[in-house]
Design a protein around this ligand. Structure first.
Ligand code: NDP
Length: 440
C-alpha cells in the first residue's frame, strides 16, 4: 500500500513551464501553431515556398473574427455532437469495471473498460454511412473542408472547459448518501493557489461528471478518434479527387489507425500513466488531448492528400520495419513494467525503496529509464518519413514529440526524486541513460 503523509491536498511548492509566463506562452502560442501549421499545408509552401512565399497576411485571411467562431451554430453542432455522442457511448456501452490506482485518501476510483465496444460501434457506423451515402460521406468532406475552423472551435471548447473544471474543483463532493461532503482530491502539481497556473495544469486530479471520468475520456476518446477520422477524411478526399489511393497516405492512415486503436483499447494501461495518476485536468491536458493531437498529429495525411507521393516497395518495407521496431520497444517496455508491478516478473533485478514500491532495473528498464519513450518516438519518425523530403512541415510531429518526451522525462524525474528520495539516486546510478542509450 502506498502510504501518504501530510494533508490530503498538499500545496504545490514549485512551478513548471517557467511559471506564469511559460504557461501563458503555451496557452496562446500552441493554438496559434496548430492553426498556422494547418494553413501552411499547401503545395506552394513546400521547401522553397516555405521560405519565400510565407505571407502572414494571406495565412491570417482565412481566419475569421472570434465572434464568428463563438456564434457559428453549424461548427458547434458538429463538434458538440461528436463529443456528446462519444460521452454517451462511454457511459452506456457495456464493459468491465476495474479499479484505478490507490489515491491519497486510500480509495480507488472505478473505471469502465469498453474500448472494444466503442471501436466496433465507430467502425460499424463508418461502414453504414459509406453504404448509405454510396461513398460520398458528407461528414468526412465537411471535416476535411473545415479543418482549421474546427480546430479553432476545439481550442475554444478546451479553454472554456478548463474554466468549468477549475471552478468545479472548489465545490466539495457529496459523500455518504449526500448527507456529508468531502474535499476533492487535487493534483500535486496544480494546487499552487495561483488561478492562472492551476487553471492551466488542472486543479482537480480526477474530475467526474456522474459516471464519466472526464480526464480519461478526453485522453482516449474525442481527440484520439478525431485524429483517426481526420486521416480517413484526408484519404477519402484524395480518393474522391484522384480516383485512386497512393500508398504513402494509405500507410500513414493504417499505421496511425493502428496506433490510435491500440491506445483506445489500452484503457487499463492508461490508468497508471502520469497524466491520470499525477496531473490535474485543466487546460494543458484538455487542449493537448482535444485539439493538439487531432489537428497536428494528422498533418502527414493532410499533406499527402494535397501532394500524393508513391513510395517504392523497399522504402515502404523500411518504414514498416521502423514502425514495427518502435512499436515492439514501446509496447513490450510498457507491458514489462506493468507485469513487474503486478508481481509477475519476480526474477528481474530491481531496487527496493522506502516508499514500498520496487524500481525495475532490468530488461528494457535496465537499458534506459524510458525506453518506452524511445520506441514511441521511432514510431512517429516512420510516419513523418512517409511524406518524403519536400517540406520540413510534416516533420513537425517527430520534432514536437521529441521535445514533449524529453520534457515529460524531466517532469517525471523531478516527481520521482520527490517520491523516492535517495532510492531514486540509487536507481539513476544503476540506469544512467534517460531515454536513448549512450546518447541521452
Ligand atoms: P512511464 O510509463 O515511463 O511511467 C513513469 C512512472 O513509472 C514513474 O513516475 C514511476 O511511477 C514509474 N517508474 C519509473 N521508472 C520505473 C522503474 N524502473 N520501475 C518501475 N516503475 C517505474 O511514463 P508515462 O506514464 O509518461 O508514459 C506511458 C506511455 O505513454 C509511454 O510509452 C509514452 O511513450 C506514452 N505517451 C504517449 C504520448 C503521445 O502523445 N503519443 C504522450 C505521453 C505519453 P511510480 O513509481 O509512482 O509507479
Amino acid at each position: 500500500m502506498v502510504v501518504s503523509s501530510g494533508p490530503l491536498n498538499p500545496k504545490t511548492a514549485s512551478y513548471e513551464f517557467n511559471g506564469i509566463s511559460g504557461v501563458l506562452g503555451i496557452t496562446f502560442g500552441l493554438p496559434l501553431l496548430c492553426v498556422v501549421l494547418n494553413q501552411m499545408i499547401r503545395p506552394d509552401f513546400y521547401i522553397v515556398g516555405l521560405f519565400t512565399n510565407l505571407d502572414i497576411a494571406e495565412l491570417w485571411n482565412h481566419i475569421k473574427p472570434l465572434k464568428w467562431y463563438l456564434t457559428n451554430k453549424e461548427l458547434w453542432t458538429y463538434y458538440l455532437t461528436w463529443f456528446g455522442v462519444l460521452a454517451l457511448f462511454d457511459v452506456l456501452l457495456p464493459g468491465n469495471t476495474i479499479d484505478g490506482v490507490e489515491l491519497r485518501d486510500g480509495t480507488k476510483l472505478p473505471y469502465k473498460i469498453n474500448g472494444i465496444a466503442l471501436t466496433s460501434t465507430l467502425l460499424a457506423t463508418l461502414t453504414v454511412r459509406w453504404q448509405l451515402t454510396k461513398g460520398e460521406m458528407p461528414e468526412l468532406q465537411y471535416l476535411y473542408e473545415n479543418q482549421t475552423d474546427l480546430c479553432i472551435i476545439t481550442v475554444i471548447f478546451a479553454f472554456v472547459m478548463a474554466f468549468f473544471l477549475y471552478a468545479a474543483s472548489f465545490i466539495p463532493l457529496a459523500h455518504k448518501n449526500g448527507k456529508e461532503t468531502r474535499e476533492r482530491i487535487l493534483s500535486v502539481s496544480g494546487n499552487t493557489g495561483n488561478p492562472v497556473y492551476d487553471w492551466f495544469i488542472g486543479r482537480e486530479l480526477n474530475p467526474r461528471l456522474g459516471p464519466l471520468d472526464l480526464k480519461l475520456f478526453c485522453e482516449l476518446r474525442p481527440g484520439l478518434l478525431l485524429w483517426f477520422l481526420i486521416n480517413v477524411a484526408c484519404l477519402h478526399h484524395h480518393y474522391l479527387a484522384t480516383g485512386e489511393v497512393n500508398n504513402a497516405i494509405l500507410f500513414v492512415t493504417l499505421a496511425q489507425g493502428f496506433y490510435v486503436f491500440d491506445g483506445v483499447l489500452n484503457e487499463e494501461g492508461c490508468l497508471t500513466m502520469m497524466d491520470i495518476t499525477t496531473d490535474g485536468f485543466g487546460y494543458m491536458l484538455a487542449f493537448g488531448d482535444l485539439a493538439l493531437v487531432p489537428f497536428t498529429y494528422s498533418l502527414q495525411a493532410r499533406y499527402l492528400s494535397v501532394s500524393p507521393i508513391t513510395l517504392s516497395r523497399p522504402y515502404l518495407a523500411f518504414l514498416s520495419s521502423t514502425m514495427a521496431l518502435g512499436y515492439y520497444i514501446f509496447h513490450s517496455a510498457n507491458k514489462q513494467k506493468s507485469d513487474f508491478r503486478q508481481g509477475k516478473l519476480p526474477h528481474l533485478k530491481s531496487i527496493d525503496t522506502k516508499r514500498g514500491t520496487k524500481l525495475l532495473c532490468d530488461g528494457w528498464w535496465g537499458i534506459s529509464q524510458h525506453m518506452n519513450y524511445f520506441g514511441d518516438w521511432l514510431i512517429s519518425l516512420s510516419w513523418c518519413l512517409a511524406t518524403g523530403f519536400q517540406t520540413p512541415l510534416t516533420y513537425y510531429y517527430s520534432l514536437y514529440f521529441a521535445a514533449l518526451l524529453v520534457h515529460r522525462q524531466q517532469r517525471d524525474e523531478h516527481l520521482c526524486k520527490i517520491k523516492y528520495g535517495d532510492d531514486w539516486h540509487r536507481y539513476e546510478s544503476e540506469v544512467p541513460y534517460k531515454i536513448v542509450p549512450y546518447v541521452y
